[in-house]
Design a protein around this ligand. Structure first.
Ligand code: NDP
Ligand SMILES: CCCCCCC/C=C/C=O
Length: 332
């Protein structure tokens, strides 16, 4: 069996380039006792791939949904589907990860999907879904009637957070980079307002949409836009720092605190960053709740599906350029 894989040729500097990666072939050895051979069905494209440390020469990191083609493991049977942290590769020989180390995303068999797409364990029913669920509820602690701002609001995590905020009875404002994204989150997902940061004055629009001020900010983007949002927050506001994608492709790095200390002091704000990995012990609680909301039609999702393993890197570039709506997935 030959596997195809994307290998990191050099570290990403600035916006990623085709010359940073290379598609290679690998002849896989026979499957031995305790192992299984899995074939990628869907590969997840995520922003963390741009910033998480990776070694040159390794397969580019990432999750996939894969089908077991051959198994010498009592835990996994041929035909089972699994979520694996196998990277950008078509075939993988692995052993079941019965206990997930706390520095890795969990690997597990997919069960109880009913008629839902098998790609969802990479999005709303997986890492991004748990990032939204735990990172919003545990950190922002939203209360009914409060005003919530979500940036990256038409992305996987942001579109999910805004809907949870609506379920909790909040007023929700989404920050997006296009009119079609804004229409989707307001007309289909129930956000109260959207602000297009590319052609509107963010501060003025925030004051119009939320003259009462902002209680919770779920931050996916960082940078100047986040500084503006934080400067309009109310006393005792809570900020969940999920990501800072606006800074990921800077060549200069990102190690400066924005000059917002005055707002933190005068408005008694709280800001907390987190990694989804913190919630690995509660992983299946998050998935079960998100699945329940989908079945109750309280939670909707959208996917941008790119066909063909060879297009995996282009899918990553498109995500970093904001061309996606909802979860970006490669259908192998
Ligand atoms: N802490 C954690 O454990 C986790 C953190 N994250 C983080 O959450 C954030 C969202 O992830 P996810 O929903 O999966 O991503 P998505 O790819 O689904 O959404 C990303 C969106 O970010 C927006 N964006 C891209 N560049 C910029 C920019 N320069 N300024 C403003 N917006 C930009 C784009 O939308 P638009 O057109 O609106 O600009 C894009 O569609 C990321 O920062 C990611 O790193 C994700 C998972 C786990
Ligand atoms: C090596 C595992 C990395 C998983 C990181 C998942 C959560 C972080 C997302 C940040 O964007």
């Amino acid at each position: 069996m030959k596997a195809k894989k994307f290998v990191l040729k050099q570290q990403f500097v600035g916006f990623p380039k085709y010359s940073d990666v290379e598609i290679m072939e690998e002849e896989l050895p026979p499957v031995t006792d305790g192992e299984f051979l899995a074939e990628a069905v869907f590969i997840s494209i995520d922003p963390f791939i741009r910033i998480h440390p990776q070694e040159v020469g390794n397969v580019v990191m990432g999750q996939q949904v894969a089908r077991i083609l051959e198994s010498k493991s009592e835990h996994y049977a041929v035909g089972n589907y699994i979520v694996g942290f196998f990277g950008w590769r078509t075939h993988t020989i692995s052993t079941p990860q019965l206990i997930t180390p706390d520095h890795r995303l969990p690997e597990y068999l997919i069960k109880d999907m009913d008629d839902l797409p098998l790609s969802l364990p990479l999005g709303i029913l997986g890492m991004p879904g748990n990032t939204a669920y735990f990172g919003f509820l545990d950190i922002c602690k939203p209360k009914e009637g409060e005003t919530v701002v979500v940036s990256g609001a038409a992305g996987t995590v942001g579109s999910h957070v805004g809907q949870i905020a609506k379920i909790k009875g909040c007023k929700v404002i989404g920050i997006v980079g296009s009119e079609s994204k804004g229409k989707w989150i307001t007309e289909e997902l129930g956000f109260n307002y959207y602000i297009n940061y590319k052609n509107q004055n963010l501060k003025e629009e925030l004051i119009k949409c939320a003259p009462e001020g902002i209680d919770c900010y779920f931050d996916n983007i960082g940078g100047d836009l986040s500084s503006t949002i934080i400067s309009t927050m109310k006393r005792f506001g809570r900020i969940s720092v999920c990501g800072f994608i606006s800074q990921y492709n800077l060549e200069s790095g990102f190690d400066k605190a924005p000059a917002l200390q005055g707002y933190f002091v005068s408005n008694c704000l709280q800001m907390q960053g987190y990694s989804a990995l913190l919630f690995v012990p509660r992983w299946h609680e998050g998935i079960a709740q998100n699945l329940k909301w989908i079945k109750e039609k309280k939670l909707k999702y959208r996917e941008t599906i790119i066909e063909g393993f060879e297009n995996t890197f282009q899918a990553f570039l498109d995500l970093l350029s904001g061309k996606n709506i909802g979860k970006t997935i490669v259908k192998v």
